[in-house]
Design a protein around this ligand. Structure first.
Ligand code: MN
Length: 324
C-alpha cells in the first residue's frame, strides 16, 4: 500500500520508554481516517505513526481497513509506487489482493496468509483487489529495517501459518513466536506478529517476551487488554517488561485482534511518503530516484501509470508534532 496523503508529514521515529510495572500500563492509540485516494477513496484507519507514538518494536506503520463493500468503495487500486528501508506486511481477513512487484513477483494476498515484501534499498509494487472480491478487510503494516539491513536486497515471502488453539482462542503466528508456535519467516530485528480470535466473553492469558514492547490492534471487539478497554481500530500499547498478555472479549461475537511486538527499535528513523531513511538526503535521493531513475525497477502487468511522488516540503525535513 502507498501512503496517499497529499502532503505526507515527515516523521522522526524515536523509541518510547517503558517500565516493567506490576499492572501493565496500557497506552491507547486511537486511529485517524486516511483516504487512500482514487475516485471513490477507500479509507483506512491509521494508528501508527502518530503524535503519541511512532514505533512499536520495528513496527512503524499500521493501517486497518474494512470490512468495506467493494461495490461502494471501489476496492483497492494502488498503482506502482516505491519503498525503501522497510518491509510491508499484508494480512487480510476477507477478500483478495493481486500483488505485482519489480522483482517480477506476481502473488495473491489471501486471508490468513502472510505476504512480506522487503524493500531493502528499493522496490516498487502495485496492489489491486481482485474482481472476485466483494468485501475487503485487513491490515497493512510496515516494519522499519535496522541500519545493518536497510540496504539489503529486495525480496518477497509468503507464509500461511497453521492455526494454533489455546484455551478456546485461535492464533495465527505469522512472524516471531507466540504460544509455542514460531513462524519460519526470518526478521531483521526481533519481532512478533499474530492474529488472535477470541470467543465471546472469553479471556486469554499468554506469556509475553518481556524484552518486547507490544501493540494490540483491535479489528472486532471491544476487548479488554489488562484493565483497559479497546474499541475497534484502537491500538493498545504495552511497554517492554510486561510478562503476560491478559485479553478479554467484552462482546457477544468473536473478537479479532492483531498482536504486534518487538524489542524497542533503538534507532531514530525518518519516514516520508513510502520511504524510511535516516537523513533528509536519504529521502530526497529516494524521491529523485523514483521520479527519474531506475533504482526501483519496473512493475510489469499493472494497467495504468505509476504513482508520482508528492512534492517534498522545504528541506531539511522536519518532524511535525510527532516527536516523543
Ligand atoms: Mn506499498
Amino acid at each position: 500500500m502507498s501512503n496517499a496523503e497529499k502532503d505526507p508529514t515527515a516523521v522522526v521515529c524515536e523509541p518510547g520508554s517503558g517500565a516493567g510495572d506490576a499492572v501493565p500500563r496500557v497506552e491507547v492509540l486511537t486511529p485517524r481516517d486516511v483516504p487512500l485516494g482514487g475516485p471513490r477513496a477507500m479509507t483506512v484507519r491509521r494508528t501508527l505513526p502518530q503524535r503519541a507514538r511512532s514505533l512499536i518494536g520495528a513496527w512503524c506503520f499500521a493501517d486497518h481497513y474494512g470490512p468495506d463493500d467493494v461495490a461502494t468503495t471501489g476496492g483497492m487500486d494502488v498503482a506502482p509506487h516505491p519503498h525503501t528501508g522497510l518491509q510491508t506486511v499484508s494480512w487480510l481477513f476477507t477478500g483478495e489482493i493481486e500483488h505485482r512487484d519489480s522483482l517480477g513477483t506476481h502473488a495473491y494476498v489471501r486471508p490468513g496468509e502472510l505476504n512480506l515484501m522487503t524493500s531493502g534499498r528499493g522496490i516498487s509494487h502495485s496492489e489491486v483487489s481482485t474482481p472476485a472480491t466483494s468485501t475487503l478487510h485487513g491490515v497493512q503494516l510496515w516494519v522499519a529495517l535496522p541500519e545493518s539491513a536497510r540496504d539489503t536486497a529486495p525480496a518477497f515471502q509468503h507464509y500461511a501459518p497453521t492455526p494454533v488453539h489455546v484455551s478456546g482462542a485461535e492464533l495465527r503466528v505469522f512472524l516471531g513466536t507466540l504460544a509455542g508456535d514460531t513462524s519460519p519467516v526470518p526478521t531483521f530485528t526481533p519481532l512478533l506478529g499474530a492474529e488472535i480470535l477470541l470467543p465471546p466473553r472469553a479471556t486469554l492469558t499468554l506469556p509475553l517476551d518481556p524484552a518486547f514492547e507490544h501493540g494490540l490492534l483491535v479489528d472486532a471487539g471491544p476487548v479488554r487488554l489488562a484493565d483497559t478497554l479497546l474499541n475497534r481500530s484502537d491500538l493498545g500499547h504495552l511497554p517492554e517488561g510486561t510478562p503476560t498478555l491478559t485479553l478479554t472479549n467484552e462482546s457477544d461475537a468473536t473478537a479479532r485482534t492483531i498482536l504486534l511486538g518487538g524489542t524497542p527499535f533503538g534507532e531514530p528513523v525518518l519516514m516520508w511518503w513510502n520511504f524510511v531513511g535516516r537523513t533528509t538526503q536519504d529521502i530526497t535521493q529516494a524521491r529523485t530516484d523514483w521520479m527519474t531513475g531506475d533504482r526501483f525497477g519496473e512493475v510489469k502487468g499493472y494497467d495504468g501509470a505509476s504513482l508520482p511522488a508528492p512534492e517534498l516540503p522545504n528541506v531539511p525535513l522536519k518532524p511535525r508534532g510527532n516527536v516523543r
